[in-house]
Design a protein around this ligand. Structure first.
Ligand code: 2P0
Length: 329
């Protein structure tokens, strides 16, 4: 049994960008992935969430960006709160007030920061005092990538084999690579037509290349970890770009096939290659949507930002770098 009061607890978690991608669940209900992944938590984009368990509530109340949430969105938060309630041995309903500080121009997913912040604020409000490892396992149940947002900087999600063994750990980078710059290019602001959940399932069940992805993801992860510890930006960038394209090959080879890129995605990818050809070292990575994130070192950031501002307009270009892990307010 835990002790708790109806105090409001606030937490902040930052979003993260995967460099070695998570793409496919071995266990869909517990969110256990087929492969381990590695990300960088970003400074610019975060979610602030306040949770209060309140005996006077007849149901959970969910407010996101000042709007009351119903339907599927409410259900997802309710199910997640129920995991916390079960663990804390309480039945009280909660009020969740969440604000996303993700610039609309950034086009970054907020489910990672949202569920990491909700795990931290919700568990503490319920009277639980969880370690970072347990917070990571809990956040994973809301959204896979959220387990990585518990930590700042580079983070590895160790796939594990069950609920107990699948969680994220920080990856030390006390050298130049901790200063990597991420330029987010928002070529599309609309919601993706196919959710990551459906897309992953389709890739796992229909792409003939999926078993190869599981093998290669392990090699890519080992290679990027060694690039990080050797402060080797070139290897780091090459592996990030390659791994992103290997993930997208799973969508192209699914049945029915699908593609996240639009024409501006392809133009941005070509521009990154052009810049590289001209001696401005940068690489791209792309998630489950058409937006492109460009990786470079600080010495080239002005050139990269200027090039894409000219090409796409300033409102589509957002600069970020390594950010912190989850913290309480
Ligand atoms: C990642 N993505 O590693 C990969 C790369 C998108 C592309 O994790 O179903 O919202 O909630 O576990 O974490 C996006 O999927 O998926 C994602 P669920 P999530 O960041």
């Amino acid at each position: 049994m835990t002790t708790w009061s109806n105090k409001s607890i606030g937490a902040i978690a930052h979003t993260n960008i995967a460099l070695i991608k998570y793409w496919g669940k071995k266990d869909e209900s517990l969110i256990i992935p087929y492969t381990s992944s590695l990300s960088l938590t970003l400074d610019q984009f975060y979610t602030e969430t306040h949770v209060t368990f309140d005996e006077s509530l007849t149901a959970d109340v969910v407010m996101i960006d000042e709007q009351e949430v119903n339907g599927q969105g409410w259900q997802r938060v309710h199910d997640f709160l129920s995991i916390i309630r079960k663990r804390a041995e309480i039945t009280t309903n909660a009020q969740v007030v969440s604000t996303n500080h993700v610039p609309t121009a950034a086009g970054l997913a907020s489910s990672a920061s949202a569920f990491a912040a909700l795990a931290a604020a919700g568990s503490k409000a319920a009277g639980l005092d969880l370690s970072h490892q347990d917070l990571s396992r809990l956040a994973r149940r809301g959204s896979g990538s959220a387990c990585r947002s518990i930590y700042g900087g580079f983070v590895e999600w160790r796939r594990g084999t069950d609920d107990h063994s699948s969680y994220a750990v920080p990856v030390t980078a006390d050298n130049g690579l901790s200063d990597v710059q991420v330029i987010a290019l928002t070529v599309e602001r609309h919601r993706k037509p196919i959710s990551s959940r459906q897309a992953m399932r389709l890739s796992v069940t229909t792409s003939p290349y999926y078993p190869t992805w599981v093998k290669i993801a392990q090699t890519d992860l080992a290679a990027i970890k060694s690039a990080i510890s050797n402060d080797d930006f070139t290897k780091f960038g090459e592996i990030s770009e390659l791994n992103a394209m290997r993930m997208h090959a799973l969508t192209l080879s699914a049945n029915p096939d699908f593609m996240y890129f639009n024409s501006e995605t392809l133009e941005s990818m070509n521009m990154v290659k052009q810049l590289r050809h001209n001696g401005i070292e940068c690489y791209y990575t792309i998630d489950a949507g058409p937006n492109v994130k460009v990786l470079c070192q600080r010495r080239h950031v002005n050139d990269v930002v200027e090039t894409f501002t000219e090409m796409l307009g300033a409102d589509k270009v957002t600069l970020a770098k390594s950010g912190p892990g989850v913290h309480y307010l």
